[in-house]
Every structure is written in C-alpha cells, then in structure tokens.
Design a protein around this ligand. Structure first.
Ligand code: SER
Length: 893
C-alpha cells in the first residue's frame, strides 16, 4: 500500500468517526520558542491540552510533518534513524478517552483492506501499558480480546509520554507488530524492539509536567483541566510493514532516492542491509544519509526555511551539506541536487502536491546551496592543502585541532572530511583538540540560547488575558478611532494595576483600531488618551492568536487598569502604510509580469513610505528589467486599478488564482486582496488603498542579493517616492554647479573629465618608465667588479611595487656589458617587508651563476624562479641592505 494511500485511509477513517481534518502545521515550530521544529503530531494542539485556549472542535485528526535532529549523526548508521517523518494522529479534547481510543486504533489497524482498513494481522499485534494502568489492560483484554500474554506492563521511560520538556503528559499504551523470527528472538517488545516494531502510540493525556529530566523523575504539576487523547502512528513504519520492506529507507517515499544515487555513482546499495548486521558498510550509510537528507531538505525548503548560518536555516544547511558530501564520497563529483531533488519531489508530491507547484522556488534554493558548498569545498581544500604542506615542512605528522576547527567553523568542513583528506596525505588530525574547541563553542552557543530562551510560561499572561476577556475586538479594517477599555496591563510580562509617566508597558484593550504587525506590514503608530493619561503606541503585536497587545510609553498622567481611553491611529501613518502595502502587491505583480511567474515572493516588509520584497531569482536584475518593473508598477497606478477585498475558503482562493505564502497556516476563511482583478491576487490581511492611484508615485530605490537564489527589491512610495526623486534632482544640480555645466551636459562633461584623467595617468606611467630606464643605465654603470662578475646591487626607492622591482632588475641587466658575466639585484621595502629580484645575464649563466641559487643563498632557502631571474622576500624591511651583501658574498664564493 502506497504511503499516500495510508494517509488517505487514516484521515478518512477518523473523519467518518467525527474528527475534523486539521492540516499539518508547517515544520518550523514558530509558536513554540522551545522548539526549532515540530517533532510530534500534538505540538500544534498544546494550548488546547493545557486549557490555555479553547479548541474549535472536540475531535481532530492530522498527518503532521515532523523533523527530529538531535541524533542526526546516527542517521544512516542504522536503518532505524531518520530526520523527517510523518505522524498520523487522532486527538480528543475532553471528548472520548481510553476505551474509544484503543477501539479506534484496533479497528483501523486490523480492518480489512477492502473495507478501508490497513489489514494488519491482529494475531501479531502486542500492546504495552503503563505499570498500574489496569483499566487499559481490561480494555485490551476484555473488549478487544487481546490475550493477556500479549499485553505488557512497562515503566515511566517507555510508557509515560511527554515532550521531554514542561507541558502536557500522560500514561500511554503502544501497539507493536511482530515481524517474525527473521527479525530477532521472540518474547515481545521487552525482548526485542526490532522484531516487535512499535507503530502506534496512544497517549492518555491527563497531566502537566514541570522541569526535570526528559524521560523520568520529572515533576508532575497536576491534572489537566480535561482528559484528552493524543495518538501518533509512525507513517514510515506503517508503510514499511504494509509494503513488506525492512525499514523506512525501503518505502516508496524514500527508496527511489537510493536507486537514483546508485545510478549516478555506479555503487551498489545493500552491501550490509541484513537486519541483523550490527555495523553498516560505509557506502550504505552514505546512501541512507543522502536519501533521508535530500527528502528532509525538500520538505524544509517547501515550508519556507532557507539555508543560513543560524537557527533553523543552519539545520537545513547542515542537512544539505551532509548529503552533498556523502554523494561526493560515493565518487560522484558533479552537482547532484538537480538529479536527486526531482526524485524526492516525485516521491512526496502524491501526498504533498504543493511541493510540485512550488518546485521552481524550492529547487533554486537547493541548487544554489549546493553550488555554494561545492565552491566552499574547493576553497577549503586549498586551505587544508596549505596546512598539510606547512605541517609536513615543520616535520609534524599531525594537523592541529585548531586548524581542523577553523576548517569546520569557517569553511563548513565536517571533521570526517578533514580526517579523510588529511589521511590521504599521510597526516593524522588532533581530534581531541578539535573536539575540545567544538565543546567550547557549543557551551557558548548554549549559554546564548539560554539567555534568549522564553518558555510557555512567558505566554501564560497573554493566554490568561485571552481566556478572561476573550479575543480583542479588532477594528483595524473599519476605523482609526475607538472608545476602548483597558482590560490588561503588563509590565515585563507581569500584570500591574497602573503605569506612570515614562513607563513602557503592554496594554490589552477590549477593542482596538490598531493594526498589529503581520504579513510584512509594520504595526500602526498612534496614541491612547484618557481623562488622566496620554500614551504613545510604540508597537502592536499578536503574541497569541486573536489577542492584540500594544506596547506603549506613558507620556503624561497614569494609565490605570479598567480606564476608558480613546485609541487613535495616526491617520498620516495609516495612509502611508496602506500605500506601502498596496505598493508591495503592485511591485510583486509587476515582477511576475516582467520576469515571469517563477519570480515568487519569499518575504516582504513595508512601512509608510518604504517597501521591500524578496523573491526567488538567480541573477542580478538588469537596468532594463528594473526600469520595466518600475514602469509596469506606475502604469498600474496611472490606470487607477481598483483594489478589492474578498473573503472565501482556502480552496476557493487557490481556484481563484490567489498567491499564498508557503509555510503559512491559514484559517478556514481567507482574505484575498486583488488589484486590477486577476492582475494581482494575494492572500493578505493587510490594510490597503481602495484605488491604485492613491499609492502615489512608486520608485525602485535598490536591488540586491539576499542569499543564494534570492534577490531583494526596495522601493519608495507616496510622498517618500517624491522626496527620493527630489533628492536625486538636487544631486544633479549640485554636480552641474561643481562642473560649471548645464544640467543636460553633465554626462558629457563627466565623460570628458574621466578621459582626461585616464590620459594623464598614462602619460605619467610613460614618464616613470623612461626615468626607470634612465636610472637603470646609471645603476649598471656603477656596477662593482666581483672577480670576473659585474654586480649591480641596487636598493629601489621605498614603496616600489613587485612588478616594478622586477622590471628594474631586467633593465639594469640589459645595460650591463653583453660579453661579460653580469648580475643585477634589486631590493625594495614595502609594507614593512623586503623583496628581492635577481637577474643574471647569459655570460654569467655560462659560468654557472644561477639567479635562483643566489636568491636562495640570500633568503636561506626561500624564494622561487629560474637560472635567469628569480625572486623572494617576506623578511623584515630592515634586512633589505643585508640581502645585497649576501648576494655579493655568494657571487664571490
Ligand atoms: N505524542 C505522542 C508521540 O509523539 C503520540 O502522538 O509519540
């Protein structure tokens, strides 16, 4: 059974049993500051379990995309670990409990394939329960009919589930499938978890845990307000069972990647995949790293992560680099992503069609990252080679830990790469030193993260306000002005009754006209005024869904809880914001009109007068493309295209051609903003003008690169666009005045000036060459006689550069008498270092005088060149004179 089919059956089963199908949250865990990525199906429901928010449904089901990276170094070593996986879940929020949850799991698992079930053999299923959970044992035995010898009691580590951090938790019951004697000894999950494969975890979520170790001996804070169900079925494991294959690497969503890799590299997978082998062949490890990581990269970029050096972006970068490097170690040295990523797409698109739609953008990041890493590899290789040569020259056999760390830290060289490349050149690496430096760095990073970390507890004050007063009555679309009551006042996250002049506090109002920052639009500015208070609004955010929080500075009087205030948005500000936001949509549509539909926005920001928009594009925009985009934008303004706002369901909006941002979750009803009908349709919650002419002039002020495959355009709108143009005009006036020219002649005049300065430079260079040549004759004339050899040793004027030193030496040589042996040596000092060039004529060469030997004699073995001419340097400048003496001595000898 294909994985996509398991997905369909799972959702259908629970939907027909009264569950609402909830889309997977995007992989980045944005709402949870403790997590980088969603790592379990229940993460998006945590506030419901904790009673911090009211769920819109009592029953839900989802297929959640998950990523776990703590044991990334283990991935591939066995076939058990992977980074990306999918968790199929059904959830009850205070609705059904143990009995029904067990019944559902059993019925779906063992239901016949014809009747929509998964067709597992009930006689091979085992169940585990938490130590004293007799109730579950009863349900398994008496209601389901599972024999008692296939029900196992297990302790806290195995059968008490929590996220490993403070949050909801509860005892669980797990379903295992017996894969038969080929996989290990009999005796149930306590004996062998390879033979008995866990495939479904039913958590009876009923308590809240506090700080403490991840798996046991943590503090239980108390009971949750309701008894809930959270189940997680491992999609990949189930797919392996139903497809009759050994592990997740063999299933339909993964195996084609291994086959493609095999085709590219000519290597064979499966040298050691027997499930009893304890250690894998290195090639098999690489195959699995590639398959897992390419798939994870696809899913991560699909959900809006881009490679970077921080946080989530760094995890992606690391994953990609491990894959690229594994490909290289299998002997394939061309870019592999363009071969592999489309295979991953074809594997995943049946379940995630958006990956195919968005593939242009996804692949441009992936290919760009691979290109960048391959050039890093090249560059790092040079650094490594130099280090190896140096180590050898100094007689060492071990590359220092510091060098290995530098390669890792600066050039992204994994240590195993350094180890391998060093050993190819006969060196070892000080791994202990390296690991020590890594540990130090990790300690620093941890300390940083701890300093930044906020936890669920920090959001508690907001959740409390939300449950006490309900969602903010948000009027930003209708009015700039509301009569409001102060329902919440927080100072540094804690409720306070009053705030005095000068204080900065957070304010929650029952009703507000303020736009909270979102969708790239900056928060509104404005004031709160009451009979005894005036406060300036500095920022407006929505830290938890549906709660608008204003950060304000009290200017006069006192802001008191329960006060009546007038909340007023600065109308100038809002007009500017509307212009800038509509301007952003216009520029986006213009980009796509000029560059084509693949120029898709990946992020944006706008505030009054300014907008910027990031989009996927490989190369710098030409001047023509830029002015075309500007023209098309201003055409929309001139044509005064109407702006309309429509509400519809997400599928309707997609049908309607509205552009949605990847990686966002949208509510059931979405808001579509269109400008000029189909010309620009985007899902957007921002504030907009009602006709394009209200945007005013729109001027592109910049275009730059923001990471590989990503460009940024910046523009000014409204009065700021006018001011920008006025500044440019003043600049031209000033230049014209400096030049004493008419404005229209400025370009001509600047060209002429540049030409003159070029001519003058050329003339100067000629004169200098003549002077050098004149001096060369003089120097040659003053040559000393050392035995049979004429020696002209010269110190060039300070600051003479390398090329000129060389030229002077050859010119002196040409002025030495032809038939007699002659040597010219020139030293020069620049930047605190001395350099030396020696030139030898034919007659001297005939007497076995060699330029290279002379340089080596003067510089104790260093320097390079041949018998005719050679150079060297790098010694301190004050040794320059000494070098000439050394050469004279060497000639005499
Ligand atoms: N939360 C549980 C798990 O992740 C069940 O969904 O295993």
């Amino acid at each position: 059974m294909e994985t996509a089919e398991i997905q369909r059956r799972f959702l259908k089963f629970f939907e027909s049993n009264g569950h609402t199908v909830v889309p997977s949250a995007p992989l980045p865990a944005i709402e949870d500051p403790n997590l980088l990525f969603i790592n379990a199906g229940m993460v998006q429901f945590v506030p419901y379990f904790l009673g911090q928010a009211t769920p819109p449904w009592n029953r839900a089901t989802s297929i959640q995309k998950c990523l776990r990276t703590p044991d990334i170094d283990e991935v591939g070593k066995t076939s058990r670990h992977g980074t990306f996986f999918q968790m199929n879940g059904n959830f009850s929020f205070g609705d059904y409990f143990k009995e029904q949850a067990i019944r559902f799991a059993w019925d779906l698992s063992t239901g016949s394939v014809e009747s929509g079930g998964l067709g597992l053999d009930g006689d091979r299923i085992w169940a585990t329960v938490y130590l004293d959970d007799d109730e579950s044992i009863d349900i398994w035995h008496k209601q389901i009919g599972l024999p008692l010898d296939r029900i196992v009691r297990r302790g806290q580590v195995d059968n008490m589930w929590s996220m490993g951090i403070p949050g909801p938790c509860g005892p669980c019951s797990e379903l295992y499938y017996d894969r038969g004697p080929d996989y290990g000894p009999e005796g149930g999950p306590e004996v062998d978890e390879d033979r008995y494969l866990e495939f479904w975890n039913l958590v009876f979520m009923q308590q809240e845990r506090g700080e403490g170790p991840a798996k046991e001996n943590y503090e239980i804070l108390g009971d949750l307000p309701k008894k809930n169900i959270d189940t997680g079925m491992g999609m990949e494991r189930l797919a392996a069972l139903l497809q009759g294959v050994d592990n997740m690497y063999e299933i339909d969503q993964v195996r084609p990647l291994i086959d493609k890799t095999s085709e590219l590299t000519g290597r064979r997978y499966g040298v050691s995949t027997s499930h009893t082998a304890s250690e894998s062949h290195p090639d098999d490890v690489r195959f699995r790293i590639i398959a897992d990581h390419v798939r994870s990269s696809l899913m991560l970029i699909g959900d809006g992560i881009v490679p970077s050096n921080e946080g989530r972006g760094y995890v992606l970068r690391r994953i990609m680099r491990r894959a690229i490097r594994a490909v290289r170690l299998l002997g394939y040295d061309k870019p592999a992503m363009p071969e592999l990523l489309p295979v991953a797409r074809d594997c995943m698109a049946p379940a995630y069609p958006e990956l195919a739609e968005d593939f242009e953008r996804i692949s441009s990041y992936a290919y760009g990252e691979e290109e960048a890493f391959l050039s890093t590899l090249k560059h790092g290789t040079t650094i490594l080679d130099t280090a190896v040569t140096e180590t050898k020259r100094e007689g060492g056999r071990t590359l220092s830990g510091a060098k290995a760390f530098e390669l890792h830290d600066t050039y992204g060289f994994p240590i195993d790469l350094t180890l391998e490349m060093a050993s190819e050149q006969g060196l070892q690496v000080d791994e202990d030193g390296f690991r020590q430096l890594m540990a130090e760095q990790r300690r620093r990073a941890k300390a940083d993260a701890a300093a930044r970390k906020t936890s669920h507890a920090d959001l508690t004050a907001y959740w409390d306000l939300l449950s006490e007063h309900g969602p903010s009555d948000w009027r930003a679309y209708e009015t700039l002005d509301t009569e409001s009551r102060v329902v919440g006042l927080l100072s540094e996250g804690r409720p306070v009754p009053v705030a005095g002049a000068g204080q900065i506090v957070e304010v929650v109002l029952d009703r507000t006209p303020f736009y909270a920052e979102s969708g790239g639009q900056h928060a509104d500015a404005g004031v709160l005024t009451g009979s005894n208070v005036r406060a300036e609004v500095l920022d407006v955010q929505r830290p938890v869904k549906k709660l608008v929080v204003h950060q304000v500075r009290v200017l006069e009087g006192e802001l008191v809880l329960d006060d009546q205030v007038e909340a007023r948005v600065d109308p100038e500000w809002r007009l500017g914001a509307r212009q800038a936001h509509s301007g952003t949509h216009v520029v986006h549509a213009a980009l796509r009109e000029v560059l084509g539909p693949s120029a898709l926005q990946s992020g944006s920001f706008n505030r009054p007068g300014y907008l910027r928009l990031d989009f996927s594009w490989r190369s710098k925009l030409s001047e023509t493309a830029k002015s075309e985009i500007e023209d098309v934008s201003n055409r929309a303004v001139r044509e005064d295209l109407p702006v309309a706002v429509k509400y519809m369901t997400l599928p309707e909006a997609k049908e309607f051609g509205a552009l949605a941002l990847f990686g966002e979750t949208y509510d059931e009803t979405v808001r579509v903003v269109e400008i000029g009908g189909p010309w620009s349709r985007e899902l957007c919650g921002g504030t907009h003008v009602s006709h394009a002419s209200q945007i005013g002039p729109l001027v592109i002020t910049g275009e730059s690169s923001v990471g590989s495959g990503q460009r940024r355009v910046e523009a000014a709108t409204g009065i700021e666009a006018y001011r920008y143009l006025a500044r440019e005009r003043d600049l031209v006036s000033q230049i014209a005045e400096e030049l004493g020219a008419q404005r229209g002649d400025v370009i001509e005049r600047v060209r002429a000036l540049l030409q003159r300065s070029k001519d003058a430079e050329r003339e100067l260079a000629n004169l200098q060459a003549k002077m050098t040549s004149g001096r060369a004759a003089e120097y040659a004339g003053a040559a000393r006689q050392l035995g049979p050899v004429k020696f002209a040793g010269v110190k060039a004027p300070d600051g003479t550069k390398g090329g000129d030193v060389r030229q002077l030496a050859t010119q002196i040589r040409s002025h030495l008498p032809d038939g007699e042996p002659g040597v010219a040596a020139v030293v020069a000092a620049a930047g605190g270092k001395a350099s030396l060039v020696v030139a030898v004529n034919a007659a001297a060469k005939a007497r076995h005088v060699s330029a290279a030997e002379l340089v080596k004699a003067a510089l104790s073995g260093r320097g390079g060149g041949n018998e005719d001419i050679a150079q060297g340097g790098g010694v301190p400048a004050d040794q320059a004179d000494g070098l000439l003496d050394e050469i004279a001595r060497a000639i005499t000898e």
